[in-house]
Design a protein around this ligand. Structure first.
Ligand code: ATP
Ligand code: MG
Length: 257
């Protein structure tokens, strides 16, 4: 077992705004871990730091024992740490298959494609397409392969987004609000798909999510962020009862629900 990801004392400020302030957390290999916290708590910023989109002012981030805090996003995803984006967009006028293949072309190393002979390139493309089809099956979108991505519902777009992320062969996925804008029936389906992918590909999941019921159902461990820092962590039940957490976050959410 052990930890697959270690974030230690990571800080990042933007023109005086402290997006992350000594954020520290460890993620167990093979777990589903969630980060919750109010808007502006620094959750997406932490994902940006982990995935290499931005560099920390200080602190360290290790993935599988490798220091990644100064690496570029492509190099981090090549190590097997892949993220999805809050409110991820699909290209509506391309097919579902084209959307997913575009993601494959973004992959590192694919600059190589240009120097390949047409026949070798074709073979790579066929392999990518085969893999895409297999992943679309695993997320339950196979019947939409040739449909315009624009016809997909919010939840189906999240499924496409998952398949797209899986093209990079991750061992760990960072999902930023995977259930946002998804109707409740599809949330269940999405959870099922996450569990299937996890089992099939031995994945570790780190989620940022506001849907507390789902978070508490699926997480092995929950971290709570407020004002850029981790203020609590533990098993879902203990988080739900934690006074500090209730004050910072859950109180208002419980009242509103
Ligand atoms: N690129 C940036 N430039 C300036 N400020 C930023 C930048 N990115 C984030 N911030 C600021 O950092 C703070 C944390 O934002 P962040 O997006 O990480 O919060 P969040 O926890 O993901 O919130 P939400 O739940 O609303 O998605 C906010 O005050 C935000 O305005
Ligand atoms: Mg966010």
């Amino acid at each position: 077992m052990g930890n697959i990801l270690e974030v230690k004392n990571v800080s990042k400020a933007f023109a005086g705004v402290r997006a992350c302030e000594n954020a520290t957390l460890s993620i167990k290999r093979g777990s589903v871990t969630s980060i919750i916290g109010p808007n502006g708590a620094g959750k997406t910023s932490l994902f940006n730091l982990i995935s290499g989109a931005i560099r920390p002012d200080s602190g360290s981030i290790t993935f599988n024992g490798t220091e990644i805090s100064k690496k570029r996003p492509h190099d981090i995803s090549r190590l097997g740490l892949v993220r999805t984006f809050q409110g991820a967009k699909v290209i509506r006028r391309l097919s579902v298959m084209e959307n997913i293949l575009l993601a494959a072309q973004d992959n590192p190393g694919d600059r190589l494609w240009r120097v390949l002979t047409p026949r070798v390139r074709k073979r790579f493309e066929d392999q990518a397409e085969e893999r895409a089809l297999e992943l679309l099956k695993q997320v339950g979108l196979e019947s939409f392969v040739d449909s315009y991505a624009g016809i997909l519902s919010g939840g189906q777009r999240k499924l496409l987004d998952l398949a797209r992320a899986m093209m990079a062969n991750p061992t760990m996925l960072l999902l930023d609000e995977p259930f946002a804008g998804v109707n409740p029936a599809l949330v269940e389906k999405l959870v099922e798909v996450l569990q299937t992918l996890k089992a099939k590909h031995s994945l570790t999941f780190l989620l940022v999510e506001h849907d507390l019921e789902t978070v508490m159902n699926i997480s092995d461990e929950v971290f709570v962020m407020a004002q850029g820092t981790v203020i609590a962590s533990g098993l879902p039940d203990s988080i739900y009862e934690n006074e500090v957490v209730i004050d910072a976050y859950l109180g208002s959410r419980r009242k509103s629900s």
